[in-house]
Design a protein around this ligand. Structure first.
Ligand code: IVH
Length: 677
């Protein structure tokens, strides 16, 4: 073979590897439907890297191996946008949306219903990506709309942005615009990591994305979980389709990531329906959005409509209620939880966040208070999403008033005055009062009666608090001694509701061992552990006397859980309460202990992902473990089966990637039924 053809062969091989990798990236990031395993991808990647190391003259800038630059850059240079990067007008309600649509039709001098695209408004950073002959040549921030910064080196590290467009027919020059963002999950794991390493914590996903794009060292950016949705084009030298929706579809074909939630709507009514649907699903989306965007679909009509100052007349955004607001921190109180954990709680000047008035928010623990350096009197940022407890995420230091007071953890419990203890290395401080602490006993009783524990109908939190405060009961055993008369004398209780509660208490006595164990509120003993313990030992007495060695044999029980179990049953007071409960008539059916022969799934590794409907993930986990399976949190080659519930995400993808068996909830149910779990 001649030298020339050798070289040709080599070049072809390198080109082929790059094309394969590009296509796999496309299937993974854009189509969300990978066809090879991570391992197979890595092999291709390493083969290419090896060849490039050996023949550096074959390296091209669009090679998938060349995403991350080796050196930090000196600073960001300025980029003048060829076409300005515009902003959008806002509408906040149906009336304003109708006005917008009215203006569009008036300008078009047409009464015909206008077709709009409806798109989520991603809460990230606008970027411009310039592709010349299909090659990513320049990436810049929006800046002031006319001049932005050159962030090409950083943008190249984002896996979902192609360095080279795929397919054919793309314009000679194509400027794509989109929003770079960090997924909620990526943001939360980044912050967890930062907290663990005492590094800077970001206030929200948007700031984290902004901070990541502004790194001078692209190797840092490469470690940040950034992503993109492309939503429009800027300067184009070539042909494109004539509607926004077709342009998005075309961008996708060229390997650019667009948002899967984009739809078209006829007129404002359908736009509103879209808005409500997305608002409804806001918390389920894996990324933060702050509203939706409507754009006139036809480019011909867009051109007729044109612009007014810096915003197009053919598009507007329909904003969601904000999830973050600032307000004043009036005071901090310390709340005592069921296990004595002391939580600093912020009392706030009431503020509307996402449509709900918030006057309390968690400050988590004193480490967080110190990290944020939050003080009473400060102006603080409060974040609230979905049903989660609002939290203080940041202090607006510029607005710190003179005399803002530092927050000090009390040395004794605010409820029972027992000393507060904080073991070395733990973030959480605890009241040492145990059950003499009224706060702890109230929480313990609420937990005992809760739906997933003893399921006492009609015993609300307020009633439990009154019962403890008035000295009617001091622990869970006291519940079953209460008479209808005693209950009827409580606030907001009548004879009828008191009687109903006595009946409900009576009914709750017939329970199951796992529920009872869970209801006791032993630290670290959740539902799944309780089920495992019950199945392993079969009865309570055996659990009470089990030694550590034996406890460690129970699936999912480690040294910490074993220690808390031993501690719990070592306290005479606890044993007494358990006895009292049984004497009051609390009972459960006997359990057949599962022996090793009954472990048909021994040695099998399962992973649960997504949400199950008929059972909780913890229940499914415990039942699988009962049959001998190991339930793991992550998918690997060693996984035998993935159970994919609703909205399963990356784990499902990985399973498909690795060719691991995937079953749904119905199939899981059948499997469990087959073995009578
Ligand atoms: S279109 C001329 N579409 O919102 C149209 N923008 O307030 C300009 N944004 O700077 C933008 N998601 O950063 C458009 N689907 C979407 C968007 C979107 C987020 C951001 C973008 C823009 C800002 C305008």
């Amino acid at each position: 073979m001649t030298q020339i053809s050798d070289r040709q062969q080599l070049e072809d091989k390198v080109k082929d590897l790059r094309e394969q990798l590009r296509e796999h990236n496309f299937r993974y990031y854009i189509k969300d439907d990978p066809t090879v395993s991570d391992g197979a991808y890595d092999t291709l990647f390493h083969t290419l890297r090896k060849l490039e190391e050996e023949y550096p003259q074959l390296i091209t800038s669009d090679s998938p191996t060349q995403r991350v630059g080796a050196q930090p850059i000196e600073g960001f240079t300025q980029v003048t946008h060829r076409l300005p990067m515009l902003s959008l007008g806002n509408v906040f309600n149906d009336e304003e949306l109708n006005d917008f649509d009215r203006r569009v039709r008036d300008r078009l001098e047409s009464e015909a219903i206008v077709e709009y695209t409806c798109e989520p408004k991603i809460d990230g950073l606008a970027v411009s990506l310039l592709y010349v002959d299909g090659l990513l040549t320049l990436a810049s921030t929006r800046g002031d709309g006319s001049v932005g910064e050159n962030i090409t080196e950083n943008v190249r590290t984002i896996g979902s942005i192609p360095l080279q467009l795929r397919g054919q027919g793309y314009p000679k020059e194509l400027e794509v615009r989109g929003e770079v963002f960090m997924s909620k999950q990526g943001f939360s794991s980044l912050n967890k990591r930062a907290l663990a390493n005492s590094e800077k914590v970001f206030v929200n996903a948007r700031n984290a994305a902004a901070g990541s794009l502004r790194q001078l060292d692209p190797r840092m950016t490469a470690k940040r979980p950034l992503d993109i949705f492309c939503y429009s084009v800027g300067y184009v030298d070539g042909e494109l389709p004539n509607t926004q929706s077709e342009i998005l579809a075309q961008l996708q074909e060229w390997g650019l990531k667009t948002n899967p939630e984009v739809k078209t709507a006829m007129g404002p009514k359908e736009c509103t329906a879209y808005y409500l649907d997305i608002l409804n699903r806001r918390d389920e989306l894996g990324y933060e959005i702050d509203g939706v965007v409507y754009k006139v679909n036809s480019l011909t009509l867009q051109n007729k409509l044109g612009f007014v100052s810096r915003a197009p007349r053919w598009a507007t955004s329909h904003k969601f209620p904000a999830q973050e607001e600032t307000t004043r921190l009036l005071d901090v109180e310390f709340q005592v939880g069921r296990t004595g954990a002391i939580t600093p709680v912020a009392r706030l000047e009431p503020v509307l966040v996402g449509g709900v008035t918030v006057s309390n928010a968690t400050l988590h623990n004193m480490d967080e208070v110190e990290r944020m350096d939050v003080r009473v009197g400060d102006t603080v940022m409060v974040y609230r999403a979905g049903d989660v407890i609002p939290k203080v995420v940041k202090v607006i230091l510029d607005k710190r008033a003179e005399g803002a007071k530092r927050i000090v953890m009390p040395s004794v419990c605010p409820v029972c005055e027992s000393p507060i203890e904080k073991p070395e290395g733990e973030a959480v401080a605890r009241c040492s009062g145990g059950l003499i602490c009224k706060a702890q006993s109230k929480e313990a009783i609420k937990h005992f009666a809760s739906r997933r524990a003893m399921d006492v109908d009609g015993l609300g939190d307020k009633l439990v608090e009154q019962l403890v405060d008035t000295g009617k009961i001091s622990n869970v055993a006291g519940l079953f001694e209460l008479s209808a008369e005693q209950l009827a004398s409580m606030d907001r209780m009548g004879a009828k509701s008191a009687e109903n509660l006595v009946v409900a208490l009576e009914k709750s006595k017939m329970t199951t061992l796992p529920r009872f164990l869970f209801a006791l509120g032993i630290r670290e003993v959740g539902e799944a552990t309780a089920l495992n313990l019950a199945n392993f030992y079969g009865d309570l007495a055996a659990i009470q006397v089990a030694n550590e060695e034996s406890l460690l044999e129970v699936p999912d029980v480690g040294p910490i859980v074993a220690r808390y179990l031993k501690l719990f049953f070592a306290q005479p007071h606890n044993v007494e309460v358990v006895e009292q409960l049984q004497q009051s008539g609390v009972h459960w059916p006997a359990i057949d202990v599962v022996t090793n022969q009954d472990k048909p799934l021994e040695g099998q590794v399962f992973v649960l992902t997504g949400s199950l409907i008929k059972m909780t993930r913890n229940e499914a986990k415990a039942q699988l473990q009962q049959l001998g399976a190991k339930v793991s949190g992550s998918v690997s080659k060693k996984t035998h089966c993935v159970v994919a519930g609703d909205a399963a995400g990356s784990k499902l993808k990985k399973a498909q990637d690795l060719g691991v068996d995937v079953i749904d909830e119905n199939e899981l149910e059948k499997l469990l039924a087959r073995y009578n779990a």
